[in-house]
Design a protein. Structure first.
Length: 258
């Protein structure tokens, strides 16, 4: 199963599992031979409140973490566009005879860096584009070092730091793209979702409303969509929440290079 398919299939499985737990809880509640006493009811309420409270905490913290990582990825995309733009401008300090070749490599480099993320969710194609970008980095570095041998000595202290920043930010983006909510936490969140569904179904067994089914569907849908949002935020190049708009800085930079 591909990662993109998993982003959609996992919530579908959660929804089905939660509905099943709700119906199991409802069935168990209706099999209860008699109403429990007041003291026992208080104990059950405390347990239910604890489980639902824990579920709320897990949802809050995982959602907050996913949102932070989404924002970090956006910031790193902007930082890369700024770093490449600064390094490109400082080519003016190199001998004119060396600039044309390096400028062309910069243009190809920006196109490749855009492709690294635009081809997702095709991970294999993205890896190929990243390898091409790494090769262009090496060519740009070698060409810049050769050009600096013919440039004034003070140019080195200006050109090299900008080029280093341009290269370093690619590592930051790569690691940020691989950083997600740990699987153990997501598994724990899913188990809590099933437990809450079981308890909610049990509680609904004592309800006299005819719309029990609607309540169960609404509960499972809200829980599932919330967990899906967390997953989608963690994989902003795979699902419905997209980070493509952040590439506009690189697109605009490429337009200025032509």
């Amino acid at each position: 199963m591909s990662l993109q398919a998993g982003v959609f299939l996992i919530p579908a499985g959660l929804f089905a599992g939660m509905l099943l737990c709700l119906y199991i809880g409802l069935w168990l509640g209706r099999r209860e031979p008699a109403k429990v006493g007041d003291f026992a009811q208080v104990q059950l309420t405390v347990i239910e409140a604890t489980v639902f409270g824990l579920m709320g905490l897990y949802l809050a913290f995982t959602f907050f973490g996913a949102a932070q990582r989404y924002e970090l990825r956006r910031q790193l995309t902007v930082e890369e566009a700024n770093a490449i733009g600064t390094s490109y401008l400082r080519l003016d300090l190199l001998p004119i005879s060396r600039q044309a070749s390096l400028r062309e490599k910069y243009r190809r480099y920006v196109e490749t860096r855009l492709a690294v993320y635009r081809v997702l969710p095709d991970i294999e194609a993205s890896t190929e584009q990243a390898a091409i970008a790494t090769g262009l980095q090496q060519e740009i570095w070698a060409g810049t070092i050769a050009a600096l041998a013919e440039a004034p000595p003070q140019a080195t202290g200006v050109v090299i730091p900008a080029l280093n920043q341009m290269i370093d930010v690619t590592t930051s983006r790569a690691i940020a793209a691989l950083t997600h909510t740990p699987m153990l936490i997501m598994a724990r969140l899913s188990v809590l979702g099933f437990a809450c569904s079981l308890l909610a179904g049990y509680v609904l067994a004592g309800s006299q409303t005819r719309l029990v089914g609607l309540h169960m569907i609404a509960f499972a849908l809200m829980m599932t969509t919330t967990i899906y949002l967390i997953i989608d935020l963690d994989f902003p190049r795979f699902g419905l929440i997209r980070l493509d708009f952040a590439d506009q800085g690189l697109i605009d930079l490429l337009g200025r290079m032509k």
